[in-house]
Design a protein around this ligand. Sequence first.
Ligand code: GTP
Ligand code: MG
Length: 186
Amino acid sequence: MKYLLCGPKQYPKGNLPEIVLVGKSNVGKSSFINTMLNRKSLARTSNTPGKTRLINFYNVDDKFYFVDLPGYGFSKMSKQEKVTSGKYIEEYLETRENIALVIHLLDIRHEPTADDRFMYDYILRSNLPFMILTNKADKIAVTKVEAEVERIKKTLGISFSTILPFSSTRKIYGDNVWKQIEQFVV
Ligand code: GTP
Ligand code: MG
């Protein structure tokens, strides 16, 4: 089941654990959910950044929710839209008590942006359990994946957190990520 909501009053009732996707616009949060659930178009995706504007909750077998947040750093959003979506993101991360895991998506090909750093620091300070996925790994040679993950790890100063490559098109990465997720929702 899917909910399309914004404020705390409208979040789903009950206390199923929630696994939430954060990351800049167009990094592949909605695609991640489709890939992991093996569905082509459950979560709406698009080449145009700014596709997800609200908070979407996807109930997975009544065991947990995948939560699809709007992306940050979308340059074409109006100032007002940025403030509004930023408010939804912050309100969710700050008030939601059943967050089991935050998955922060970064683009494996690029240096983390200022917004990426801001989000990473924010998650660290929040003490929420999290892991980082460097997405779109299919866009670079398999032999370079490990080095690029290391580079991002160094850039952000990550020492102990889980950081794994991901790709919505390469299944091998998905299996590793499921193994991680399962530890947070049992
Ligand atoms: P917003 O909703 O705007 O925040 O974006 P999003 O993070 O949900 O991104 P979305 O899933 O809509 O994907 C954006 C674009 O990137 C789409 O064209 C996807 O097909 C593409 N994409 C997502 N993941 C991958 C991936 O792993 N590899 C490749 N090659 N393309 C991907
Ligand atoms: Mg989206």
